[in-house]
Design a protein around this ligand. Structure first.
Ligand SMILES: [Mg+2]
Length: 419
């Protein structure tokens, strides 16, 4: 079996005005759906970022993979690395942390690897989780991923989620998500308001949901001193505090001074960050993410490293569609030391997807591992065409939360180490 053709289709879907330390989500989120077609009629699918700089690299790398055996993952990675060369793409897909050449290569490779595993699974008649050593859990728990948000995009009608700009709004959003999806843990994206306001919101969530683990992620909007103060104030309330301060250095300063573990998807995002972060005791939990850790197999290897060094594991998410949710679920199902519920933006899609409904569902806040061959999902061709048309019409080429925010608040500055 050989790779005959690769098709990368950028898509756009409606995204609510979710606030974060760098600004606010634009009305459209961008993704790319990658289909790998073989000469034996099997097709695999992967999903990745939709910004133009990344899409161009994915298309260029895809041309180099034609003719390759779909089982030759190492060879595929080497060809992608050669195609990317020594380029470094800085973050244009939103709050995934520092850029590096390895991260760029791994991010470009990831959708191909997922698609190749999908092909391998279809050829063997087995789910992708079986190719990764087999599932250790039949369903993967996800957390309710709360955001401060406006009631709607300026100039558009309010969305069904409503405003969340104070503790009452945050609790109302949590109630909606817990009711609709059954989530059993809760994360709040912070770094939007002064830390005292966000402490109040966490305390309100604690009162409303006394039994659910809580996390707060200000995306490095605080100084180390503020991070220590917030950590002390929320002692006994958070299962972990995510990226309170910038960089391995900032995190290492905070970690020994707060009572909860520090988690990251920003200061440790590629292999070169692991040795200094471990040596300095900067993190207690890693949020893995197959989209930039080089696919599912390589992410499983990173999970092993975390086990070796006593680092806990969770999973990071950007705005994504069902192909990514399926891949995340197969991976998470196979990692024994994944000891925190994974992040997902799925509720914010509000039913929009490129995947035929049915294979992916939430039960008690968890997604049962799809049991069909490969990823166990099927692309809805009409939905893919429609969302590609939306991509062409929306005019966005990259995610830019800061410029969008400045349209309404011209003096807005991103909040790195701000408070
Ligand atoms: Mg984060």
């Amino acid at each position: 079996m050989r790779i005959k053709e690769i098709v990368a289709t950028p898509v756009a879907f409606h995204d609510p005005p979710l606030l974060n330390a760098t600004g606010v989500h634009e009305p459209w989120a961008l993704r790319t759906i990658v289909e790998v077609v073989t000469d034996e009629g099997l097709t695999g699918v992967g999903e990745t970022y939709g910004d133009r700089a990344h899409l161009d690299k994915v298309r260029a790398a895809g041309r180099e993979l034609v003719g390759l055996d779909p089982y030759a993952l190492h060879a595929a990675h080497a060809r992608v690395a050669a195609s990317v060369g020594d380029e470094v793409v800085t973050d244009q897909h939103g709050l995934t942390g520092a850029g590096s050449n390895q991260k760029t290569v791994d991010a470009v490779y990831s959708p191909f690897e997922v698609a190749l595993l999908d092909i391998q699974g279809k050829a063997a008649g087995r789910p992708v989780a079986d190719l990764l050593g087999g599932a250790v859990r039949s369903a993967v728990p996800y957390s309710a991923y709360l955001f401060y948000k406006w009631a709607g995009h300026p100039g558009q009608s309010d969305d069904r989620f409503g405003a969340a700009l104070d503790p009452d709004g945050v609790v109302a959003q949590a109630r909606l998500f817990v009711e609709e999806y059954g989530f059993t843990s809760i994360k709040l994206k912070g770094g939007v308001f002064a830390p005292e306001k966000e402490i109040e919101a966490i305390r309100a969530l604690r009162d409303a949901f006394p039994d659910l683990p809580l996390r707060l992620d200000p995306n490095a909007a605080w100084t180390p001193e503020t991070s220590m103060r917030v950590g002390e104030a929320l002692a006994g309330t958070l299962e972990y505090l995510e990226d309170p301060a910038p960089g391995i250095e900032g995190m290492a300063e905070v970690a020994p001074k707060v009572p909860m573990p520090l988690a990251t998807n920003m200061c440790v995002v590629t292999h070169e960050h692991l040795p200094p972060a471990i040596a300095r005791g900067a993190i207690g939990v890693l949020l893995t993410d197959h989209h930039y850790w080089g696919g599912l197999v390589r992410s499983a290897h990173v999970a092993s490293l975390c086990e070796t060094f006593g680092i806990g594991l969770s999973m990071h998410s950007n705005s994504h569609l069902g192909v990514s949710l399926a891949a995340m679920t197969h991976l998470a199902a196979t990692i024994g030391n994944l000891n925190h519920a994974c992040d997902t933006h799925t509720p914010w899609q509000d039913g929009q997807d490129v995947v035929v409904p049915g294979a992916l569902r939430f039960e008690g806040g968890a997604v049962p591992v799809p049991d069909g061959p490969g990823l166990g999902i099927e692309i809805d061709r009409d939905a893919l065409a429609r969302m590609h048309e939306q991509y062409q019409r929306c005019g966005l080429q990259r995610r830019d939360d800061t410029s969008y925010m400045r349209r309404f608040h011209p003096t807005f500055e991103p909040k790195k180490g701000h408070w």
